[in-house]
Structure formats: C-alpha cells, structure tokens
Design a protein around this ligand. Structure first.
Ligand SMILES: NC(=O)c1ccc[n+]([C@@H]2O[C@H](COP(=O)([O-])OP(=O)(O)OC[C@H]3O[C@@H](n4cnc5c(N)ncnc54)[C@H](OP(=O)(O)O)[C@@H]3O)[C@@H](O)[C@H]2O)c1
Length: 290
C-alpha cells in the first residue's frame, strides 16, 4: 500500500491496498434536488470538488445514478486528469426513473452496463472500487446476492474494476459476498443516531475491512437532537462537527464521506471532524443512538 500523509482529521485509512484520507467526500449532493438533474450552480459544484482535493481529500464517493450521469460528469470536468492519490469509489445496482425513484438493476447485464457507464463518464480505464448496492431506498432487504456479486467479480477479472465492496447490505449479505471474493468495504447507513451496524463495524474492523457510513450527518434531513446540540454547544462546536468527530473516534476502520454542495460547509466539516471528544463526551453521545 502506498502511504500518504494527510493534514485532515483521522489521518489515513485503507480500502484494500489503496491508502485514502479517512476524511473523504460524498458527491451525491452535487446533483439537483433529490439527486435528479443538474445543480443550480455547476461552477459552484466544480469548486466544491476542487476544494476537496486541495484540502487533501483522496476518497470521493459517487454513482452514475446521481443526476443520473450528472455528478460523474461534474467530477470529470472538475478533476480529470485525476491526481494519482485520488480514489473515486462508485456503486452499481440501481437505475433512476423519471419520478426520481431508484429501481433495482442488478442482473449481470445491468451491472456490466453500469460499470461501463461509470468508466466512460469518469474518463477512467479501470474503477478503483465498485460497491454493489443492495436493498432499496428504504434500506437493506435480505436475500441472496451471489449472481450479482459474481457478475462484478467477472468484471474485476476482466480488469475493469480493482476492488469490490457492498452497500446497503445486511450482515448476512456481507458474509455471503466474502465467501465469493474479498471485499474492501461495506457502505451502509450509520450515524450517531442510527446504529444498526455496531456489531458489523466491529467485525469488519477485525477483518481489516473498511466501513463507510452513508448519511453520516443524517442525510437529507441533517441530524437534530437536543442532546447533540447541548454537547456541541458545551464544546463550542457545531452538531455536524461533533457527529463527524464521533464517527472518526468510533472505530479506525470507519472512513467518512460526508456530503455537501457548499465549499464553506466542506471546510467547516473538515476542520470540525478533528474535534477531540473525551470518554465522557462519547458516553453521552452514545446514549443518543441507543
Ligand atoms: N450507498 C448508498 O446507498 C448511499 C445512499 C446515500 C448516500 N450515499 C453516499 O453517502 C454520501 C453522504 O450522504 P449524504 O450527502 O446524502 O448525507 P450526509 O453527508 O449525511 O448529509 C448531507 C447533508 O448535510 C448538509 N450539511 C453538510 N455539512 C453541513 C454543515 N456543516 N452544516 C449544515 N449542513 C450541512 C448538506 O447540505 P449542504 O449541501 O447545504 O451542505 C446535506 O443536506 C453521499 O454523498 C453519497 O456519496 C450512499
């Protein structure tokens, strides 16, 4: 693994043999409202991505379903040719419909098409890491994943994909994937107030597999909790900073991909995630999600 040094809070983490800043960036908010269509200000979206790289972020999460095709085109315009240290992670397994829904698309031919679309949109010959997105917009749905995951393994063997992961997955689906091929990350919903994956995170940490929480700030409705606000105000920090710092301190295999369409929020989050929480603060924060 190439080592990198980063000025960002949390230091360096790993996605398999790829070294990344533990403070990464989730690009979903760069598309239009509800992740459909173009953003109101494309130049501002480009500026956010360039700011991310300038801050030292080397892990950007995306999907060609964002927009659809909008977010990847903005990433390409902002950052191509990409710095060698930058790792763009994408996901496949869903299409978009005209109403903004996320219909499942996980047949082998769907996955091949989506990998090819991501390669083309991002201007890459190989994707660093592709997550198989499971479940639906309401969360994970139990059921076998072998046919879909094997299809991605085939694309990996063809050299189109370097590493694999799963997203929106149950613990059983994570286990199923691992019996088929190595995975380097699990990307599931998790934050201070939503802690269904506590056991899974600890198991993945023991296996050296990254856990990448999506909606780290609560997603479309950012986290709101009187207890969080009280602790934040006592620490003279924002609730968002406390939520990110708590995640970084929760487990060393956690990699952050907070989303924002604002360069000011990006800078604020990158600085705030470095907040040092005492054992007492963490114990109090732990009560929010339990
Ligand atoms: N695998 C999956 O199925 C899946 C699903 C959802 C998301 N994801 C990934 O996870 C990433 C993160 O999720 P997310 O972006 O939806 O949610 P998030 O990171 O939990 O929160 C983003 C929201 O927080 C706001 N925000 C960010 N910083 C803020 C600050 N300092 N002060 C106030 N508000 C702030 C943003 O608004 P502003 O734009 O105004 O800052 C945005 O509304 C996505 O970008 C995507 O890459 C994956």
């Amino acid at each position: 693994m190439t080592t990198i040094t980063t000025p960002l809070p949390g230091g360096t983490g790993k996605l398999g043999d790829l070294a990344v800043s533990r403070f990464g960036y989730g690009a979903m908010q760069l598309a239009g409202p509800w992740v459909m269509g173009p953003p109101a200000d494309r130049d501002a979206a480009i500026a956010v991505l360039r700011e991310a790289v300038e801050l030292g972020i080397t892990h950007i999460d995306t999907s060609d379903a964002y927009g659809p095709r909008i977010t990847n085109s903005i990433i390409r315009e902002a950052l191509h040719p990409y710095p060698k240290s930058l790792h763009i992670v994408t996901k496949v397994g869903a299409n978009r419909d005209a109403q903004g829904g996320w219909p499942t698309a996980r047949r082998p031919e769907d996955l091949r098409r989506q990998v090819q679309e991501n390669l083309q949109a991002l201007g890459l010959e190989r994707l660093d890491l592709v997550n198989l997105r499971l479940g639906n917009a309401d969360g994970p749905v139990p059921g076998p994943i072998t046919e879909s995951f094997e299809a991605l393994v085939e694309l990996q063997k063809e050299g189109l994909v370097q590493h694999l992961g799963v997203s929106n997955a149950t613990a059983e689906q994570v286990a199923e994937a691992i019996t088929i091929a190595p995975i380097v990350c699990v990307q599931n919903m998790y934050n201070l107030a939503f802690r269904h994956d506590d056991e899974l995170i600890d198991m993945l940490a023991r296996e050296g597999i990254a856990y990448v929480p999506f909606f780290p700030l609560g997603g479309f409705s950012p986290l709101q909790s009187d207890a969080l606000s009280a602790i934040a105000s006592r620490l003279d920090a924002t609730p968002m900073s406390v939520a990110l710092a708590w995640l970084l301190q929760r487990s060393p295999n956690i990699l952050l991909i907070p989303g924002t369409s604002s360069a000011a929020h990006l800078r604020e989050n990158a600085a705030g995630a470095g907040l040092s929480l005492s054992t007492g603060d963490v114990a109090e924060l732990d009560k929010i999600g339990r």
